[in-house]
Design a protein around this ligand. Structure first.
Ligand code: DP6
Length: 349
């Protein structure tokens, strides 16, 4: 038995950050993200069932080239999944992956990579077993599988605004898998744009996994986990009511807190750069001067995500071209925004 399956899955930007984990990739606090539209990973899995195999045989190509580092991470991931799906150990897999965003852009790709992979693997498992899950249980299972590869990937399984991690307040959310924000989103937030400004495209020195680990000894950890709980609860309400002013306050506080936690770690480290600070100050200045609602958020890196409403696109693009690109590595930005989530590609060549 053999076949080929392709999925495309997006990256996401956390508005309330996941920072700190325990056990089997479980988050110390709930997070809330927005799934992107343009920054996608496209992953094709060519599979062959071979009952003589004892462990999975894997060949991994990223943008046409073997990538031994990621292949190793992938093999470990497949071994972890074998406990749940023994069939994986009898598979010969060729996994071919590519991003729609420039890989030198420095934007997080583990979320799109592991979500595309989890969806692809689950589709392979369904094809081989002939057992079809309901739509809901397929996505729930895929989110759980994606989480095991990278925590933030659990959220990329769905479009729009997504929550991962249990809260004291809402009982529908849990640590094992993400789910979309369960209440109706106010029209104000249905067309959010994200201009990704690349301050530095190089891979960061302290990766996310090391960063999460440093939270274990961070003196502010418990206050932070409590704050994230409050922020998820409040942002949930803000998204329903359409309160852009409070959205801006929460999102910027989350971004600055994430980086403050890095600086307050032992050893402390900094991922923001001069350009990051310059852009943040210019965004705040512009907001003050024009009263146009826009805000920034940051990932675990120096690049800035500028979030703004569709109605102000002309003014914001003008601001970027006039003042912000000076601090970026290239003379363009990634014009992204809220997206509908992953899709299975049916017309494969
Ligand atoms: C700052 O999901 O990359 O982007 O679970 O170790 O793979 P692992 O970490 P990862 O961490 C993401 C951290 C963040 C915030 C977020 O996306 O919530």
């Amino acid at each position: 038995m053999h076949g080929r399956i392709t999925w495309e899955s997006p990256s996401n930007i956390a508005l309330v950050k996941y920072w700190g984990k325990y056990g089997d990739q479980l988050p110390q606090n709930p997070s809330l993200s927005m799934t992107l539209r343009q920054s996608l990973t496209r992953t094709t899995i060519n599979y062959q069932f071979n009952s003589n195999l004892k462990t999975t045989k894997l060949r991994f190509l990223f943008e046409g080239i073997p990538n031994p580092d990621f292949e190793k991470r992938l093999l470990k991931y497949l071994v972890r999944l074998t406990g749940r799906f023994p069939v994986i150990s009898s598979l010969e897999l060729e996994i071919i992956s590519a991003n729609t965003f420039p890989h030198s852009s420095g934007i997080a790709s583990s979320a799109s990579a592991f979500s595309a992979l989890a969806l692809g693997l689950l589709s392979v498992i369904e094809e081989l077993s002939g057992e079809k899950r309901t739509h809901e249980s397929f996505y729930r299972e895929a989110s759980e599988m994606a989480r095991l590869g990278s925590g933030s990937a659990s959220r990329s399984i769905y479009g729009g605004y997504v929550v991962w991690g249990k809260t004291d307040h809402f009982h529908q959310y849990n640590n094992l898998a993400a789910i979309p924000v369960s209440t109706a989103i106010h029209p104000v937030f249905q067309k959010m744009n994200d201009a990704i400004l690349i301050v530095n495209a190089k891979t960061k020195k302290t990766g996310s996994s090391a960063g999460h680990a440093l939270m274990e000894t961070n003196p502010y950890a418990s206050a932070r986990y409590h704050q994230a709980q409050q922020h998820v609860i409040e942002l949930h309400d803000v998204l329903t009511r359409g309160n852009m002013d409070r959205f801006i306050e929460i999102v910027e506080q989350e971004a600055l807190t994430l980086h403050a936690l890095m600086m307050a770690s032992q050893p402390g480290y900094m991922l923001m750069e001069g350009g990051t600070l310059a852009i943040i100050n210019l965004i705040r200045q512009f907001r003050n001067d024009t009263k146009i609602p826009l805000c920034f958020t940051l990932d675990a890196g120096p690049n800035v995500h500028l979030l703004y409403l569709d109605a102000y696109k002309t003014e914001i693009v003008d601001l970027i071209n006039r003042e912000l690109l000076l601090f970026c590595t290239s003379n363009h930005f990634l014009d992204d925004g809220i997206g509908p989530g992953p899709a299975k590609v049916t017309n494969q060549e």
